[in-house]
Design a protein around this ligand. Structure first.
Ligand SMILES: C[S@@+](CC[C@H](N)C(=O)[O-])C[C@H]1O[C@@H](n2cnc3c(N)ncnc32)[C@H](O)[C@@H]1O
Length: 302
């Protein structure tokens, strides 16, 4: 659900929580709105979302409050998640959002919203992303881990597959490194957003977006396969990925947490994929897995 422009007042929903409970709170919030702003400070983590003030939004907020009370099922103290809802008369959602989403650097990339002034950022590759439309603003740890390793893996002219593209952020980043990318998502809206973002980043000639499940829309093999999804989906992909990866190709898996990364890495090892690099950011885990065989023969990117 996404706030429209017609509402004359807005509901600001903020969840104040501990860093430990923030993931659970974010998972609950994402069912209410596709994006939110996050502030981390001494007092903990504050997640904020804005919705038009109407009966549908109020029912959604009620549902959120009910689910927050049930966080004990995740083994967390419900008191750790406090929800505050306030009405903001006449304030456009966009204005509030824009205050929170500022350009930021991840490795070689500078991620910025369309309204922020263009900054050259010391040779960074700029990714223009509109937050709140689909998962993949670069704010999430699982996305950041992938962005960090991309420049080491993606060579100019390489063929890259981005399965679970969301906003298209990883596909666009790979294209900016000189790759030709096939991006896949099972969510039609995400596919539309990824295409729009590829156009906004002027890489639509190098990024093809197809809608489908896992490798369904894929023909042929890639030098690099990117998948930032969940451990469950990664486990489904393990027996299939070998058909879509060139010998010596790299598979970047992300979206795992400490508790479930091992099962994915063990399943991958059983299918001949060697762990080349393990990455972590807080609870989040990612890995670069290498297929047996020849080297990636594409020329290095500049
Ligand atoms: C965590 S988001 C990642 C978005 C982006 N790639 C990033 O790194 O920020 C996962 C995306 O995978 C998509 N997805 C989930 N299961 C899928 C499947 N079986 N096949 C294709 N896409 C899937 C979701 O719709 C969602 O857009």
């Amino acid at each position: 659900m996404r706030p429209g422009k017609a509402s004359s007042s807005w509901l600001e929903v903020s969840v104040v929580t501990s860093p430990e409970a923030a993931e659970v709170a974010a998972a609950l919030l994402v069912e209410l709105v596709p994006g939110w702003a996050e502030e981390r400070g001494d007092g903990g983590v504050r997640l904020v979302a804005w919705l038009p003030d109407d009966p549908v939004s109020r029912r959604c907020v009620e549902a959120l409050l009910g689910r927050i009370r049930q966080v004990a099922v995740w083994g967390l103290d419900p008191g750790a998640c406090q929800v505050r809802v306030r009405t903001i008369p006449g304030q456009p959602w966009e204005t509030a959002w824009r205050r929170h989403f500022q350009p930021f650097r991840v490795g070689r990339f500078l991620v910025r919203p369309p309204w922020a002034h263009h900054r050259r950022g010391g040779g960074a590759l700029v990714l223009v992303l509109n937050p709140g439309m689909a998962f993949g603003t670069g704010l999430h740890e699982s996305t950041r881990l992938c962005l960090r390793v991309l420049p080491d893996l993606v060579r100019r002219g390489a063929r890259v597959l981005d399965v679970g593209t969301g906003s298209g952020i990883l596909a666009i980043a790979a294209a900016k490194l000189g790759a030709r990318v096939l991006a896949v998502d099972c969510d039609r809206l995400a596919c539309q957003i990824a295409r729009a973002n590829a156009r906004a980043n002027r890489v639509s000639d190098r990024v093809v977006v197809r809608c489908g499940d896992l490798f369904g829309p894929v023909r042929g093999r890639a030098d690099v396969v990117l998948m930032n999804i969940t451990a469950e989906v990664l486990l489904r992909a393990v027996p299939l990925v070998g058909r879509h990866l060139r010998p010596g190709g790299a598979w970047v898996v992300s979206g795992m947490v400490a508790g479930n990364a091992k099962s994915v890495l063990e399943a991958a090892a059983a299918h001949g994929l060697r762990v080349e690099r393990l990455l972590r950011d807080g609870e989040w885990r990612a890995a670069v897995l290498r297929a047996a065989g020849g080297q990636n023969r594409a020329a290095p990117s500049g």
